[in-house]
Each structure stands twice: as structure tokens, then as C-alpha cells.
Design a protein around this ligand. Sequence first.
Ligand code: ARG
Length: 469
Amino acid sequence: MSNQANERKAAKLWGGRFSEPTDAFVEAFTASINFDQRLFREDIRGSIAHARMLGRVGVITQEEAAQIVDGLSAIEVEIEQGDFVWSVAREDVHMNIEARLIEKIGDVGKKLHTGRSRNDQIATDVRLYLRGAVDAMISEIDRLSFGLLDLAEAEADTVMPGFTHLQVAQPVSFGHHLLAWQQMLARDRERLLDARKRINIMPLGSAALAGTSYPLDREWVAQELGFDGVTQNSLDGVSDRDFLIEFLSAASLIMMHLSRMSEELVLWTSAQFDFIDLPDRFCTGSSIMPQKKNPDVPELVRGKTGRVYGSLFNLLTLMKSQPLAYNKDNQEDKEPVFDAVDTVLGSLRAFADMIPAIKPKRENMYAAAKTGFSTATDLADYLVRRGVPFRDAHDIVGRAVRIAQDKGVDLADLALTELQALSDQIAEDVFTVLTVEGSMAARDIIGGTAPDQVRYQVKQARKALGGRG
Ligand code: ARG
């Protein structure tokens, strides 16, 4: 054996039964240290709780437990300070840290892994990590939600065109539109909280797959680590990654929602819509066209949606048909999840920063709301209130629209006599319903676009988020 090969064999904590060192390429191919080192805090936290418990139940002495805990804490500091050298030969985060522990505190360090396997260790690390990521996402969602609520309240009276088929449909409050976004996020938040219940269950104590013969106190460790409970089947505990898939589904829905908001922001900042201005700090220019100011942040968020959907399909496929219990396949779960977490957190952060900076161009929205005969339904409703059956009213208004269209004017610009020629039920007061403000204020029903409803919904949503009403 060459010197290098010998060193590689010596680095392995499982080398005993092997007669030759791992092939150098295979070693690099199977190693996960380049990405799972990101789990060092969770790994050390889990190991500290495990060691303390081993000391409490008498599997090791309290003195040994204390030495292990001190050693692990010192290693955490080394890593935080950038003094730790990660080794591919040591394969993954677990063995890098364990080997370093043995280097530091000697033979006592070899007792840490008692009653434990990397299989239940990694499953625990990932759950701890994901719990933290979910909590971070929820606080970004809250920051974004409060921003939307503040803007919605300020813009409750701002009229914009509401669209169906991207054609002007009816006037709505800009605040109402923003509240629709906030509702999407409120459900995203619920989904994360729901997924968190199943994430926050501890597999440690499942050992490799069958549980362990040591009298481990799993409940104590779970409490120490802030888990809500322990997994009830060791084979399941080490193997299933359904909690990651659930998380990625929730993450995909968040991105789907952010992509819809992004698309609207991109449209609204275009010269054709010109509904809002995004401050320069959220935009970039073109290297060739000096006049350009591009809405890069929403465009990027829209584009990044694909990465998160990709992670979801990655893990669904990774998990499909895997026999019980742990398989090395599961090492492939980390990179897609890390990428999804970074992408969603970054996108939420960008949105939370950007939303309060939106400058609405109220006159442009107002002018656009007046196009497309957006109050036609209000005229029909007016006729219905005067006893005209809805189908007849629909027809009368259709004819009014045609006249206005031919003349190139809005419904509210037609003369009373022109309208009365279509129906004798039309009186002077018709013009109050033909204005966009009148149309909006009339929809004073739960969930409707009347500014008073918008203000009411803002208060309700703030209360639901635990904020000021
Ligand atoms: N690096 C592995 C993973 O990410 C840790 C568990 C390895 N277990 C094993 N028996 N090889 O899943």
C-alpha cells in the first residue's frame, strides 16, 4: 500500500474489516462533507445531548460525558472560527467531527457513538436544521405580510383595474389586490407550521435500523433538543424523508405565489402598464440600452421558482421505491433541500425589503380602471335594482357599451338621454354607479373590494399574525 492509501485507510472510522483502502475516486464520489458540513451546529448539538444522556443513564460515566461535551463545544468554536480542516477522507460531517473529538480528548471520544448510528444521527441533524429553516421562513413571511398590510391600508382608496383574462374587468382597490397576495402567504405560513409538526419528531435512538440494546432515554434527548416527540418505529425513523418532501411542497407553493406576484410587478413596472415605480436599488440597467431600468428582483424570483420545484421532484424521485430502511440514496437529499431553503429565504427576504418601497402611480391606475367599460356590471346591477331581469339588463348594458365604444368614450360619458333611450328605468342617479369609485365602494361585502372592507381585512389579518389590529 502506498503511503497515501494507508493514510486514507487510517482516516476511516469503519476501516476494520477492509483489506484495502477505498479507491481515491470512490472516496470523493461517496463523500458528502463538501455539503453536509453545513449541518455542523445541528450535529454537535445532537451529539452533546446524546453524550449527556449516555452519562445520565450510566452507559458512560458523568465524567466521560462532561469531557465529550467540552470537546464538542471546543470543536464548534474551531469550526465557527474557520480553524477546522474538513477532510474528504473522513467522508461526512459526522465522522469529521467524531475523528477530531478523538484527536482532541483521546479514547473517551470513542465512546460518543455508543448506541447510535450515522443513520439516526443524520436523520436527526436534518430535522433540526429544517426546523430552524422553517422558523426563519415564517419570520420572513411575517415581515413581508406586515409590509403588504401596511401598504394595503395606505392604498385602500386607490382605484386600479381588476383583471380577468388580463382584460380590464372591474375596478378594485389596490389595497384589495395586495390583500389577495397576503392571503396566499397566510396559507403558505399555515402549511409551513403544519409541516413543522411532523418535522419536529426525533429519530435518534433508532440507531442503524432496529433500535439499540442500550437503555437510552430518548424522551430526555428529545426534550433537550426541543423536539415535540420521538419516532415510534426505528426502520421508519432512519429511512423516510417524507417530511422533506412535505416541506418542499410548501416551499414550492411559496415560490409559485411569489412568482405570481413577481409577474404582476414586472407588468406593472412596464411602460405599457406604468402602475408602480420600484426604487432603483431593486433594479438594474442594461449594458447596451442606456434608458433601461429592469425589474431584476421580481424577474429573478420568478425564475428561481424552477429550482424549488426541481428540488421537490428530485426528492419525490429519490424516495420512490426505496426499500426499508436507510439507503445511501438518502445522502442525496441534502443539496436540493439546502438549495430550496436558500432560494425561498432569499426570495422572501427580497420581497419583504421591496414591497414597502413600492411607489404606486395612482393617476395611472385610476385612468386604466376607467378604460374597458369596467363599470358595465354596475349599470346592469342598477337596472336589476329597478326591477329589470338580469338577462335583460345584461343586454341593455351590452348595447350601451357598443354605443360608447363607437363614440370612443366611457359609459359615464354618455348623455342621460342616450342611456334612457335604452331603458326607461335609467334616471339621473345612474352616474353615481358608473364611476369607478362608486363601483368599488358598492362591493361592501365580506371579502369585497370596498375600501372599508379592505381596512377591516387589514385589521383582521394583523390580529391573525399577532400584531397590532
Ligand atoms: N452521509 C450520510 C447521509 O447523508 C450519513 C449517513 C450514512 N450512513 C451510512 N450507513 N453510510 O445520509
